[in-house]
Design a protein around this ligand. Structure first.
Ligand code: F0G
Length: 458
């Protein structure tokens, strides 16, 4: 008999989960103004809100915590992390930050100016937020295939070179501070970018003298997909693939809360010294001295181990197979999801599940609330609430995809939890035709509204 797949780790510590009743959940979500971010975590049974900072650290990472050097300047933990980033990604210059958006804040303070144009593949919301906050504009150059959840394409995170070149031709290079390649591309469904596309984007960008920045939150998952789906790399190790990926980047911003598998942390990688020098000033202003940048020594020590461990095939295989397991279950039940299944999450196509809810009443948010009511499972809306208003017209933006994301925390839940989530969503799906109304906004912040928004039943 062929031996089945099984996880590449065993579990040493556990954390109790609290069950609740439908009546309790109905009261809690109303109290939270129908904003899933405002729920107390005790009110959630299985939390699929995010894979960011929610992972379980390994025994080696916990051991590294005890070796953390808390010196204000020049800590050995800083040097361990800097050396690890150099050996994995190849960056000579490095600044730690407290998380990914802090890396964006520090680097964009140097690079992005008012009136700038920043092309990329479906910029993540904080990335776009930091661009728009500086009165610059993000232009989405993702390939069209990414916007049809049913098309089977191995690299739906790829950039469309024609769209990118149009940006490079339409604006002078002084107005384009960089091109952002998000690996994997979160907003389009945790979809990977191929090495071929990275090479092509880099060559085109060099032709127009534009630097390339990798938003690297899930860079290792991207490398895993390259190994599986891009023929020339099938025999390469994950670390070799990662090294190759970063040949075609000038900068990286990293949210280490994802593929670093730590609960907090981030960094910036630079190939040129001048940008690094300028960024140091902003690091000191916003984050902290350049050898800790908002992280404690112990967190930097745990991250150095996390980066090393999580660029190994066995770990990535366990992780991504669990996401796939959930996706396949949902497909068996007929629930429409972004296909192929991405690296860190399942993205449910809410336009297809709830076409009877007016789009102005936020279909993906409505689906997220129904799933919470059904089984205490918390996902997150990646749709019109997150897309926010146009900064100029202040009209609501309705993105091509209206998705409910179910993000899988790293090394936290078992496949039984995945079965439970799939069953809860199936129950919602089976009664989808009875759901005909959604939610109206009663209060919203001027930017990044989805985190704090208040809603009421329409
Ligand atoms: N870039 C990408 C692609 C991200 O997914 C995130 C965060 C960030 C940057 C910002 O990093 O949270 O450390 O400040 N994504 C989280 C998520 C929040 O749930 O997908 P951060």
């Amino acid at each position: 008999m062929e031996l089945p797949f099984s996880e590449s780790y065993r579990i040493k510590t556990t954390e109790a989960l609290k069950r609740s009743t439908k009546e309790e959940r109905a009261a809690w979500i109303k109290e939270a103004q129908y904003n899933l971010f405002k729920l107390k975590s005790d009110a959630v049974f299985i939390d699929m809100l995010t894979d960011s900072g929610t992972g379980a650290m390994s025994n080696r990472q916990w051991a590294a915590i005890m070796t953390g050097d808390e010196s204000y300047a020049g800590a050995s933990s800083f040097h361990e992390l800097k050396d690890t980033v150099k050996s994995i990604m190849g960056f000579d210059y490095f600044l730690p930050t407290h998380q990914g958006r802090a890396a964006e804040n520090v680097l964009f303070s140097v690079l992005v100016k008012e009136g700038n144009i920043v092309p990329g593949n479906s910029h993540f919301d904080t990335t776009k937020g930091h661009i728009e906050h500086r009165k610059a504009k993000a232009v989405d150059c993702t390939i069209d295939e990414a916007f049809d959840t049913t098309i089977d394409h191995p690299f739906k995170g790829n950039l469309d070179l024609e769209k990118l070149e149009k940006v490079y031709k339409d604006y002078p290079k002084e107005q384009i501070p960089c091109c952002i390649v998000t690996v994997t591309c979160n907003s389009s469904g945790g979809q990977p970018v191929s090495i071929q596309n990275m090479k092509d984007v880099y060559a085109l960008s060099k032709k127009y003298d534009i630097p390339v920045l990798y938003d690297s939150a899930r860079f290792a998952e991207n490398a895993y997909f390259i190994k599986l789906r891009e023929e020339p790399y099938k025999d390469w190790s994950i670390k070799e693939i990662v090294a190759e990926m970063y040949q075609y980047a000038d900068y990286a911003t990293m949210s280490a809360k994802k593929d670093g598998v730590v609960n907090i942390g981030g960094f910036i990688g630079f190939k040129d010294e001048e940008t690094y020098r300028q960024a140091c000033t902003f690091s000191i202003l916003f984050e902290g001295y350049v050898t800790y940048g908002g992280m404690s020594g112990r967190d930097m020590a745990a991250l150095a181990v996390g980066l090393d461990e999580n660029t190994e095939f066995d770990y990535l295989e366990t992780r991504i197979k669990q996401v796939e397991y959930l996706g396949k279950k949902l497909m068996e039940y007929g629930v429409p999801i972004q296909y192929p299944i991405g690296g860190h999450a399942i993205f449910v196509d809410a336009n297809k599940v709830l076409p009877n809810v007016p789009k102005e009443e936020f279909r993906a948010q409505t689906l997220g609330i129904e799933l919470y009511l059904e089984g205490g499972v918390r996902g997150v809306e990646i749709g019109a609430l997150l897309a926010d208003r146009d900064p100029v017209t202040r009209e609501n933006r309705y993105p091509k995809l209206e998705l409910l994301r179910l993000a899988v925390a790293r090394r936290v839940y078992t496949d039984n939890h995945m079965d439970y989530i799939a069953a809860a969503l199936k129950n919602v799906y089976d009664r989808r035709n009875e759901i005909t109304s959604g939610f109206n906004i009663t209060w919203e912040a001027p930017i990044m509204r989805h985190f704090t928004i208040e809603l009421d039943k329409a």
